[in-house]
Design a protein around this ligand. Structure first.
Ligand SMILES: Cc1cc2nc3c(=O)[nH]c(=O)nc-3n(C[C@H](O)[C@H](O)[C@H](O)COP(=O)(O)OP(=O)(O)OC[C@H]3O[C@@H](n4cnc5c(N)ncnc54)[C@H](O)[C@@H]3O)c2cc1C
Length: 501
């Protein structure tokens, strides 16, 4: 007999665990199929506050995350742009994020992802590990289920009203949505990373910050995972791929050598050579987005849908945010509140908006790094990207932040991105170095339009996490829906619009 569920979720990373938990909280029968047995290794260790305090609260894991003693991250420190000393981007001084929830964590993903997955099971999700999905079942009309291999090697089918693909970057399941994966010319990088013990820390209170430092061939991340363990990675141009074929340790240490601040921090450190963290790994970190995120019966969440350069630690935020949006849409359709088309238009509109504001922010951020002489940075200047390619990618993503049709021509786009980059560089200049007393000058950064856009939805999620049913949200999209009081589904905005009048 074929098994039946309301929803099958493929993949137990942060995106999959989030959507599954929020569906189960509305009483649906959810089966989550995960290829690996947890804990399993994953990169993407630096989180944002909206994941911890917004989504985390909706999932009911805030206390457990607190107990796990992850490194507290007040923000990011950057040796980037014209200022030779690092400067800070602190969450605490963002007007929206200030107060007791103005921090995030640096996490060992083996631990973090397992907390989220076990929490999903506690909420009633039927979690099956060591159960890779081999095929998605359906017909021209809609997707109707999956075929997977159980831990005994037996092939099984589950039929469901919805299939959520949250199977990450390297899986091919997303192809069943019948879209195309389109890559941005701007961010086609490769990452090479490993782990060290005994690395130095930034001075308190910034010792838990991520440090991102630019050098001629790219940039390095330096993430303190505990008092002793540090994750270090080099993000370089794909043209260097050949250099990574040889001795990878030599290559990584070579890049560290070229970046004064990280070299200094690692002067007395030792590379971890055993266990999970003993390996040096490489990953393509090309930015991409699928041409569509859903079709009837199926939806893409997290890296399965899109990915953007990791310099601002956005991956887990985008994956968990998409998990929340997908859960709201599926809950609404299963309850008969909203049509499938309207629910998923809201899902895709919000998700693309979030991707797009980060894309513009990151393009501006890369553009403000000087060194025109270096191949890596020259190739990542907004003015040096083929205008038509930028235009094609951005129109796929959904226009620039102002949303005006007139701005979608290639030249107008370049102008818009350059303006954002100039405003950002100017704000960084005025913010001063990280030694500037307190974060009081950070308002320069938070005042730039591109940063305000990036903060808007993250702030809404955090407010929702903290205020629960008291939170009131206006539509984010023209003619769009708003979250229901419990945050788990959509509703028409009539009442909130009347209240706001
Ligand atoms: C170099 C680099 C650095 C990064 N740094 C950061 C960072 O600092 N902060 C940040 O937030 N993000 C970062 N990211 C991004 C982050 O890694 C991802 O965005 C995030 O892990 C996406 O979560 P997910 O749930 O979509 O997918 P994943 O975490 O990849 O989870 C997908 C799950 O699906 C399972 N799966 C795959 N195929 C199947 C199948 N056929 N059947 C069943 N299960 C399957 C996998 O085993 C996996 O457990 C970085 C990425 C890169 C490449």
């Amino acid at each position: 007999m074929v098994e039946r569920a309301d929803v099958v979720v493929i993949g137990g990373g942060p995106g999959g665990s989030t959507v599954a938990t929020l569906l189960a909280r509305r009483g649906h029968r959810v089966v989550l199929l995960e290829k690996e047995t947890f804990p399993r290794y994953q990169i993407g260790e630096s989180l944002l506050p909206s994941t911890v305090h917004g989504i985390g609260r909706m999932l009911g894991v805030t206390e457990e995350l607190e107990k796990a003693s992850f490194m507290v991250k007040r923000g990011g420190s950057f040796r980037w742009g014209t200022n030779p000393v690092p400067w800070n981007f602190l969450f605490a001084v963002a007007p929206e994020l200030s107060g007791p929830t103005s921090y995030a964590y640096q996490v060992e993903r083996m631990k973090f992802d397992e907390i989220l997955l076990r929490n999903a099971a506690r909420h009633g999700v039927d979690v099956r590990e060591n159960s890779p999905v081999a095929d998605v079942l359906g017909d021209d009309e809609r997707v109707r289920g999956v075929r997977y291999t159980d831990p005994d090697g037996v092939e099984r089918e589950i039929h469901a009203s919805f299939v959520v693909d949250a199977s990450g970057n390297r899986s091919r399941v997303h192809q069943h949505v019948r879209g195309e994966r389109i890559y941005s010319e701007f961010f086609r990088n490769i990452a090479l990373f490993g782990y060290f013990t005994g690395g130095r820390r930034l001075p308190a209170p910034d010792s838990g910050n991520i440090l991102c430092a630019a050098f001629d061939e790219g940039w390095l991340w330096y993430i303190p995972l505990s008092d002793t363990l540090t994750s270090v990675g080099a993000v370089i141009s794909r043209e260097h791929a050949a250099r990574l074929q040889g001795d990878q340790e030599e290559a990584l240490l070579g890049f560290v050598d070229r970046c004064a601040i990280v070299k200094d921090f690692l002067a007395d450190a030792t590379r971890v050579t055993e266990g999970t963290y003993g390996q040096i790994r490489t990953r393509k970190d090309y930015s991409y987005t699928n041409s569509t995120f859903h079709r009837p019966g199926m939806v893409l969440v997290g890296d399965a849908a899109c990915f953007i350069d990791p310099v601002f630690s956005t991956g887990v935020h985008l994956a968990t945010y998409a998990g929340l949006l997908a859960a709201r849409s599926i809950n609404s359709v299963l309850a008969g509140d909203v049509t499938e088309e309207r629910a998923f238009d809201e899902f895709e509109g919000r998700y693309r908006r979030e991707y797009r504001v980060f894309y513009e922010f990151l393009s501006a951020f890369y553009d403000m790094q000087g060194s025109e002489e270096s191949y890596f940075w020259r190739a990542r200047k907004v003015t040096n990207v083929a205008a038509t390619n930028l235009e094609a990618f951005v129109s796929l993503v959904g226009g620039v932040h102002s949303g005006e049709a007139a701005l979608t021509s290639a030249d107008a786009l370049i102008g818009e991105f350059r303006e954002s980059s100039g405003a950002l560089a100017d704000a960084v200049e005025r913010t001063g170095s990280m030694q500037t007393p307190s974060g009081e000058r950070m308002h320069h950064l938070f005042g730039t339009p591109v940063v305000r856009e990036v903060m808007q939805e993250m702030n809404n999620i955090q407010v929702r996490g903290v205020q629960g049913e008291q939170a009131r949200e206006l539509p984010l999209l023209d003619g769009g829906l708003v979250p229901a009081p419990d945050g788990l589904s959509w509703m028409e905005p009539t009442a909130v619009l009347e209240e706001a009048r």
